[in-house]
Structures are given as C-alpha cells and as structure tokens.
Design a protein around this ligand. Structure first.
Ligand code: MG
Length: 448
C-alpha cells in the first residue's frame, strides 16, 4: 500500500489473525495485525510455540495506535516469558514495527536508529544431512554449505550420537532407555524440543523437562573419544579455518560438559551452545572459567533483564537471542547494546519463517556489533518464497542476508498460495476470525 494514503496519527489496530504452517523446517505461526486504514502488519510467534500467547493479548491492543510500539510493548510485556512463552509479546512487537514503518514510509532498521551494515553474515545450521553418525558424512554436508557460500557453520554434537554406542554414557540404569522410548525427539531435534505428542504423553514431558543436573547423565571416556573422533573427522573435511559452533549436547551434568569442552578445545569451536539451562548463572560462570571454548546461551531468554546476570556476571562469551522470544526488535537492540558494552558477542538465533528472519535482519543491521545471524532452512527450497519482498534484492545471497530498504520489514505481500500448501494439518485454517478474544481481560496492573 502507498503510505501517502495513510495518516499515522489516526491509525488504529482492528484485528489480529493467524496462519500456522509446518515444515519450514519447524512449525511457524504467522500473524497479521489489521488496521482501520487498510494497512496490515506482519509478525510471527516463536517457532514451535502457540498462537494462544498472542491471542490473549488481542484485547489489550485493539484500538491502539500501532506506531506507539514501545508504549504497547510495556503494556503487554508482563504476559511473556522464557522460550515459547515470549512468542506472543515478541511476535506482536514485530508486527507493530512493520505497521509503524509502513505508516511512516521507512524501514524498521531506520526506526531503530539507522544501520551499521548492508548485509548480515549468516551462520548456517546443519541438522538434516550427515546424520549417519559419522563425522565424515557431517563434514561433507558442511562442506556443501561452504560451497553454497556460507562462511560460518553450526552442527549438532552431543549425546544423540552416543545413545547406541555401548559404554559411552553413564546414567541411572533404565533412564536412557526411557529417553529413547519417550523423548527421542530431543535426541534428534529437527522438529524442535516440543511436539504435540507431549500433551498426550506426560512421561515424555517429564523426561524432556528433567534439568541437566537431575538427569544424572555423564559421558564416559569412551563417549568423549567417540565425540572427539567425530569432530576430528568433521575438521578433516572442512578444515580449521571456518568457524564451527556446536549445539544440542543433551541434558548432561555440568562436570561432563566441562570434560567435553576440555577435550574439544583443539578443534577451534566457535561456541558451545546451551550446555546447561540459561537460568543457572553460576554454572555458566563456572563453565566459562573451566574452558577456552566460547560459551553461548540465550535463545530461550526473555527480556534484557533475563540476559543481564549472564552478560554482566561473565557467564557467557556469546549470546544468541531469538527476536521472537526476547521481546522483539527494540528489546533485542537493547540486549545487543548491553552485550556490546560488556565485550560479549551476539549471534542472532533464528529458526523461523522469512517474517521473523527479516525482523532479525533489520535489528542486526541496527546493532553496533553482530557476529552472525542464523539460517536454519537450507533443506527447505520454498522457504524464501513465503514472502514477496519490496525491491529486487533477495533475502539472502552468498552466505549473507541482505538488509532490505522497503518500509517496515520490507515485505510487499505474503505468498498466500504457497502458505496454503504448507498449512499445519493439526492447526487448519488461514487468517480465520478471532473475535472470541476481543473482550478477554483481567486486572492487568502488576501492583496494588
Ligand atoms: Mg540451539
């Protein structure tokens, strides 16, 4: 829409609707905010989350001027939380920026203070190819990504590789068998660490949410040998000159994490990710003091306040906030500023659709420093086609995201036909009315 027909001062939010797609590679919940002037803003709830987190906020934002982004954010931030719970607040914040940018005719990066760069280095996750339990095969998969132009890599390295290796893991007898039976999805995490099955299988939920100190899982010397050989094989294929981060180590006790890190130091890892739950600040401080590998966490942390103890307490070398969990674009900018002031690197986590990705790109463009932003969909050929962008620049080329110049997020329109082909069969419907949420309300003040 031509923004010259828009009067920002009288713009008002009139509706919020959703479209749940699957396989991009995860479950993505796209969000539209409608207005009284025909302008539509795009947002997205965090991957593998639930639109309920956004729906419960609808009555709180109806009738508001979407250009008052920070004021609305402060009104709704009390209803967010860690990980997927942050998806509603964050997804709406993104749609507000998209509307504000379109209404005033400027890109989101401009509203955040202007840009430091025209493109963002991509770190490319790899969790599909190379899953034949050989480091050589994983190395070849990573090598193919390097040939595609990617300059920064990530892969999984953890107990998922050791479950069928005799003598590699030590745990209370029977626990690993139960994990394999009820929670195999956390060992091979392509679908995310949450599945609808968990609702039906409470035992699965119980296992998945057993914290690292309480699983009792330790890695034996044989297990460490296996993982070291695997990583050595990977490095033999891709060389030692490209950064390689590792993720999904598993719910293992901290002391085994430290032994793992010490073994892997000579393989130049870019970082080890989420070795223990993010809220255990002292464990992160201990881990960081115990190894020379950069320590990273953050994809499940909500708000700047959540990052502060880790950043200021020296618990992390790298943070990887997700814009659809941390509170949205302005909050991510504030988090990145705090990290920057304390010498902590920022690698933006992203496993969502191009909508969430573009929000991350705009914000990363407006950060003083950014190491890289994630791309998780190399195996999803239709990923980039979900949106039609303003202008000619592709969203990504040669291992970098392009920073768009169009107003708002820079999206001309969503590719509705393509989205229709990938609707999540468990959550059917596209942009259905949500009127039943128009009057949901509580006494929202958080003091008396
Ligand atoms: Mg991760």
């Amino acid at each position: 829409m031509d923004n010259r027909t828009i009067d920002p001062s009288t713009l008002r939010i009139t509706d919020m609707r959703f479209c749940d797609i699957d396989g991009a590679p995860k479950r993505c919940t796209l969000l539209k905010l409608y207005t009284n002037q025909g302008l539509v803003g795009y947002g997205e709830v965090r991957d593998a989350s639930s639109k309920t987190y956004a729906l419960m906020l609808k009555s709180r934002i109806l009738g508001e001027n979407p250009c008052d982004v920070d004021r609305i954010f402060h009104k709704i931030k009390q209803f967010g939380g860690p990980s997927r719970q942050g998806g509603g607040v964050s997804g709406i914040e993104i749609a507000l920026w998209d509307l504000a940018g379109k209404a005033w005719g400027v890109p989101v990066w401009q509203l955040l203070g202007g840009k430091y760069r025209d493109r963002i280095r991509v770190y490319c996750d790899t969790d599909v190819d190379g899953k034949d339990n050989s480091g050589h095969a994983m190395g070849l998969a990573l090598k193919r990504r390097m040939e595609m132009g990617f300059t920064f890599l990530k892969m999984d390295l953890g107990i998922g590789l050791l479950m069928d290796v005799p003598g590699a893991l030590c745990a209370p007898l029977g626990f690993l068998d139960e994990m394999k039976q009820y929670a195999s999805h956390i060992l091979n995490v392509q679908g995310g660490s949450v599945t609808p099955d968990m609702v039906k299988h409470q035992r699965s939920y119980q296992i998945v949410t057993t914290s690292h100190p309480n699983t009792g899982i330790q890695i034996t010397e044989k297990g460490l040998d296996y993982l070291e050989d695997y990583l050595k094989e990977v490095r033999e294929v891709i060389g030692y000159e490209i950064p390689l981060a590792v993720d999904h180590f598993g719910h293992v006790q901290l002391e085994s994490c430290i032994r793992f890190c010490r073994r892997m130091e000579k393989y130049n890892l870019a970082w080890v990710e989420d070795l223990t739950p993010w809220m255990y600040t002292e464990q992160y401080q201990r881990l960081r003091c115990a190894t020379a590998i950069p320590v990273c966490t953050g994809e499940d942390i909500y708000l700047k306040e959540g990052f502060e103890p880790l950043i200021k307490g020296g618990g992390v070398s790298v943070i990887h906030p997700d814009i659809l969990t941390c509170g949205g674009a302005l909050e991510l900018k504030k988090i990145a500023d705090m990290a920057d002031e304390n010498g902590v690197a920022v690698a933006v986590h992203m496993a969502e659709s191009p909508v969430g990705c573009l929000a991350a790109i705009h914000t990363a463009a407006a950060m003083h420093n950014v190491l890289a932003a994630e791309y998780h969909s190399v195996e999803v050929p239709w990923w980039k086609d979900m949106v039609h962008l303003v202008g000619e620049k592709p969203i990504m080329e040669n291992g970098y995201y392009n920073v768009p110049d169009g107003p708002g997020l820079g999206i001309e329109s969503l590719n509705e036909e393509l989205l229709a082909e990938h609707i999540n069969p468990n959550i059917p419907g596209m942009w259905e009315p949500t009127d039943e949420w128009n009057r949901e309300f509580s006494n929202d003040r958080i003091w008396s």
